[in-house]
Design a protein around this ligand. Structure first.
Ligand SMILES: [Zn+2]
Length: 134
């Protein structure tokens, strides 16, 4: 009988990890910073030592950001145009500023939540013996 390459890690709280990631904190302890900059992920948590470089967020955070911001802005433009009908310069200024601000706000949070989800599901580099888990 061949042993498993890695022992099954302890269960990880999914919602707590999502929430911690959403707050841009380490998905394991919730205390250490998840990002070294705006969206550059730390190599390891400064508080608990969890290795964080195993994540594979890739294109999912921008996808979810565009999905949410696009729905809010596009529906806002349509509702605003049919009800208030402001001048074009006001439409352009308001909705572009809102889209930019929302995107900058949501992108690191979605990336953190996705990293938290990957950690809780032991995906990619978070399920191996080198991810800092006992
Ligand atoms: Zn930590």
């Amino acid at each position: 009988m061949t042993p498993e390459p890695f022992p099954n890690p302890a269960p990880r709280p999914r919602l707590a990890a999502l929430w911690r990631g959403l707050k841009r904190r380490c998905p394991r302890c919730g205390e250490g910073a998840l990002f070294a900059g705006y969206i550059r992920v730390e190599t390891a948590c400064g508080n608990c030592g969890q290795v964080l470089e195993g994540h594979r967020a890739d294109d999912a955070p921008p996808y979810f950001t565009i999905l949410v911001v696009g729905h809010i802005v596009f529906s806002g433009v349509l509702i605003g145009e049919t009800t208030i009908a402001p001048p074009l310069w006001l439409h352009l200024g308001f909705w572009l500023a809102l889209a930019l601000g929302l995107s900058l706000f949501l992108l690191p949070r979605f990336k953190g939540a996705l990293i938290g989800l990957q950690w809780s599901l032991c995906m990619h580099g978070f399920g191996s013996s080198r991810d800092g888990q006992p």
